[in-house]
Design a protein around this ligand. Sequence first.
Ligand SMILES: [Zn+2]
Length: 125
Amino acid sequence: MAQLVYSSKINKIRSFALILVFAGILLMYGGILTKNIEWLMLIFFLLGVLMVVLSCAVYVWIGTLSLKAVPIVCPNCEKPTKMLGRVDACMHCKQPLTLDKNLEGKEFDEKYNTRRYQKESKKNK
Ligand SMILES: [Zn+2]
């Protein structure tokens, strides 16, 4: 059985932004390679710039997310980490973490972050 590895949400978004930057640079490089064909070069460059701008936006978004994230000390590796939502994973050791006492000891599941689950758990109380 394949075991799912949950990585911290902030880390996930950060690697996504990094991929965007590289894709943007790669596209601009493609633009240089196709400089003989003016319209193709222009398209490559525009797409490249667009991706880099988008990744900047994602980085700003991470910044605001980090402000909202709750800083905690991981009980497993004792390093400071941040968590988003009710359940998240430690940035360093991937230890599943929860802020909700009701979920303690339960198997880690992304569904605990969904609105539907939060509504249902409110009903049960
Ligand atoms: Zn940890």
